[in-house]
Design a protein around this ligand. Structure first.
Ligand SMILES: Nc1ncnc2c1ncn2[C@@H]1O[C@H](COP(=O)(O)OP(=O)(O)OP(=O)(O)O)[C@@H](O)[C@H]1O
Ligand SMILES: [Mg+2]
Length: 403
């Protein structure tokens, strides 16, 4: 047993605690293993009774319990608080430690979570887990049954443990992002093949049923016109030629339509900003506000953004029953941002985004297109609260907007 300063003031035991943390970090465990072992170690080696490690889920702005002294380890991944709520949420939001010596319930920051049995513990110390570049990745808490005054030195020691863990947590989260990205790429490769097949079938269908049928009839009318010319019957020849012209125009339309399915020709004609404006104005809703800037993105990024906007606007038309719709294409540092918001019925994204679909269809398709651009797509919505769909696509500096 190490008698750390959290129990007894002793610099050697502090060093030993930190040494044991480093041993855990270098043991090649996965993130959950590291977090759990550090929580166990802190409880074993200091005179605190429980340790909780909450990790930040940045996109969702929530802290999730990931490591805890038994029996609370059973709640790992099952307890979450929004950043800003409770003592841990306060520590995360302010990036500074918090100490409560007694009467937690009187502290306005305190949030009672029944599973964690706050009533059994009197004093607590909570420190942010911050990486060297200064990014918050979680919060580390210790609690004691008996009342105790956590000293400045105690908080410093906890912050040092947190600092050591921070790098490992960040590495693990980068690894898992990388793995997700790889998985998305694999899924995409499969779906590209599928999409290619679907596109080929669609084109074959359009050529077979529409274009070639019209050309067959066209050639029939031309033969009839030739016969009429041979029979010196100009009115009938003229009529057959007129029919042939109609069919030629129809075949041309269908050809354009088939090609438009591949890359929206409007992008080449107008550029992304104007194409999005025209797309937004074409939806059958009365109050559509559009606000775009000129961008100079690679073609594939333009196509993806256009397709995402198209699907998002279709969703607004089909599902939202909105009074107002807004499409914005703007520039943030290093990124182009597309935002489509409506004040319609809204939905619960957590229960609707799981469905896997082929590329190009629905929310999952939009998500995949976004991932492939290295971008992020978020749907911010709740029943009765409208929807904001936000796509952020990173751009190289040379792709910044032209003024
Ligand atoms: N702007 C919105 N307002 C309200 N509900 C929406 C909105 N966008 C999406 N939804 C809800 O999310 C669900 C999933 O959307 P998604 O685009 O994936 O599928 P879909 O539109 O139903 O079908 P598909 O796009 O494949 O034709 C929709 O069925 C709808 O309930
Ligand atoms: Mg849809």
């Amino acid at each position: 047993m190490i008698h750390s300063r959290l129990g007894l003031a002793d610099a050697d035991s502090d060093a030993e605690l930190l040494h044991r943390v480093i041993e855990i970090l270098s043991a090649g465990l996965d993130l959950d293993g590291v977090v759990q072992r550090v929580a166990d170690l802190i409880t074993e080696t200091t005179s605190t009774d429980v340790c909780f490690v909450h990790l930040l889920d940045e996109p969702r702005g929530r802290l999730q319990l990931r490591g805890a002294t038994p029996p609370f380890d059973q709640f790992a991944r099952r307890i979450e608080v929004p950043v800003g709520d409770g003592v841990s949420g306060w520590v995360a939001a302010h990036c500074e430690p918090a100490v409560i010596t007694d009467n937690k319930r009187a502290d306005p920051r305190y949030l009672y979570i029944p599973e964690l049995r706050g009533e059994d513990f009197t004093s607590m110390a909570s420190v942010p887990i911050i990486t060297r570049p200064g990014d918050l990745v979680g919060v580390l808490n210790v609690h004691t049954r008996d009342r105790r005054e956590f000293t400045k030195a105690d908080v410093e020691l906890l912050s040092m443990v947190a600092g050591l863990m921070a790098g490992a947590i960040e590495n693990a989260s980068l690894q898992s992002k990388l793995a997700e990205r790889e998985e998305a790429m694999e899924r995409f490769a499969e779906q590209i093949v599928l999409l290619g097949e679907t596109e080929r079938r669609r084109l074959a269908g359009e050529i077979h049923d529409g274009i070639s049928q019209r050309i067959v009839s066209l050639s029939f009318h031309l033969s009839a016109a030739a016969d009429a010319v041979a029979a010196c019957d100009p009115p009938s020849a003229a009529e057959q030629i007129a029919r042939a012209q109609e069919l030629a125009a129809g075949a041309l339309d269908e050809t354009r339509h088939a090609i438009a399915g591949l890359r929206p020709p409007v992008l080449d004609d107008l550029g992304l900003a104007a194409s999005l404006e025209s797309l937004a104005r074409s939806i059958p809703l009365p109050n559509v506000a559009v606000d775009t800037v000129m961008t100079d993105l690679p073609e594939h990024a333009e196509t993806a953004i256009y397709r995402i906007a198209q699907e998002a606007l279709q969703n607004v038309t089909k599902h939202a029953r909105a009074a107002h719709v807004q499409l914005r294409l703007s520039v943030a540092p290093g990124a182009v941002v597309l935002e489509i918001s409506d004040d319609g019925v809204g939905f619960d994204p957590a229960t609707t985004t799981k469905r896997a679909g082929p590329v190009g269809y629905g929310l999952p398709g939009m998500q995949q297109r976004a991932e492939l651009l290295g971008g992020q797509l978020t749907a911010d919505s709740a029943p009765g609260r409208g929807t904001v769909l936000r796509l952020r696509v990173p751009v190289a500096p040379e792709n910044y907007p032209k003024h």
